[in-house]
Ligand binder design. Structure first.
Ligand code: FBP
Length: 307
């Protein structure tokens, strides 16, 4: 057990041995094992965006086995997916990579400005599949936020009781927020804080921009001179919003973009103190060779930052 992993686990003081063991399982797996950094492969886009939008750019990805192979070969800390994808591979790949079962999902067939994902799997499913954690998306800002918050309260309570940590995808979204506001620095910091307050052990947010959405927040950012000029500044602030860095905060990859752009972004995330990245489309929409090369470069950036 490295000093860094020991230190991170100490921030989760009071959690059950099962939760701590599963957090350690993820932190100690793969290329970044022991560094305190994580790279996770999430493949729920087939459900969230539809199969063609997700897998046509690299048709090998229609096959559930492709993604777990990618996660194993690249040395990801964990692989996250909905029930169907995990059921298709969990037995054949048992013990090869920690799994995170996405317990709720939303689809794009009904476009709702006030999103609310459906609960699509259970804690029993996560245990049966040998998962190291549950995953859950919350939409702070949605008119359905109270229902969503109550759902995760119940599910994470159940998960804790059986020693499973909770990973919260915290995506602010809803009629009261502008499109730019969804990734505004004040909103992303707020989304990270809400996830932590809901008991997330790992928080996932989008990289923040320097836009400030809320008038009341704008005043404070200006008066207190909170640095938000660079992405690294903003990431530092988001990590501070997550219990002053005492919760693992990782950042999503977003729509597919060029290798240089993504590596530049990852360098800034790492400089700002991100604990890692959760990169879906930018990984599985490339050929396997290109994805392995990209994930290896991403992991190198985090490893160098940790060293
Ligand atoms: P990507 O790296 O492909 O952006 O994946 C991260 C992720 O959180 C997925 O788990 C999820 O399907 C997707 O982003 C949601 O994206 P959005 O709701 O913004 O379209």
């Amino acid at each position: 057990m490295s000093d860094r992993v020991r230190q991170i686990l100490s921030w989760y003081h009071g959690q059950s041995p099962g939760v701590l063991t599963n957090l350690a399982r993820m932190l100690n797996h793969g290329t970044l094992a022991g560094t305190g950094k994580m790279v996770i492969l999430p493949v729920d886009q087939g459900f969230e965006h539809g199969p063609a939008r997700s897998f046509a750019p690299n048709p090998a990805g229609y096959n559930p086995q492709y993604h777990v192979e990618l996660a194993v070969k690249s040395g990801c800390n964990a692989y996250a997916a909905p029930l169907g994808f995990l059921e298709a591979i969990a037995a054949d790949y048992a013990g090869q990579v920690p799994l995170i079962l996405k317990l709720n999902n939303n689809d794009s067939l009904f476009s709702d400005t006030e999103p609310c994902s459906a609960v699509t799997a259970s804690i029993d499913d996560a245990l049966r599949l040998g998962c190291a954690a549950i995953g859950f998306t919350i939409y702070p800002g949605s008119a359905h936020k109270n229902t969503i918050f109550q759902q995760i309260r119940e599910l994470s309570e159940e998960a804790r009781a059986v020693g499973l940590p909770t990973v919260i995808w915290s995506y602010a979204r809803g009629g009261g927020l502008s499109k730019a506001g969804e990734t505004a620095i004040d909103v992303i910091g707020y989304a990270a804080q809400i996830a932590c307050q809901l008991g997330a052990h790992i928080v996932k947010v989008k990289p923040p921009t320097d836009h400030i959405e809320q008038g009341a927040a704008q005043k404070v950012y200006e008066e207190q001179n909170i640095p938000i000029a660079t992405l690294a500044d903003r990431v530092r602030h988001v990590v501070q919003c997550a219990f002053d860095g005492r919760r693992i905060v990782i950042f999503s990859g977003g729509a597919a973009k060029g290798t240089e752009a993504i590596l530049e972004e990852i360098s800034e995330l790492a400089r700002g103190g991100a604990f890692g990245s959760i990169v879906g489309r930018n990984a599985f929409q490339r050929s396997q060779g290109d994805a392995l090369a990209l994930l290896s470069e991403i992991m190198n950036i985090y490893a160098n930052e940790a060293a």
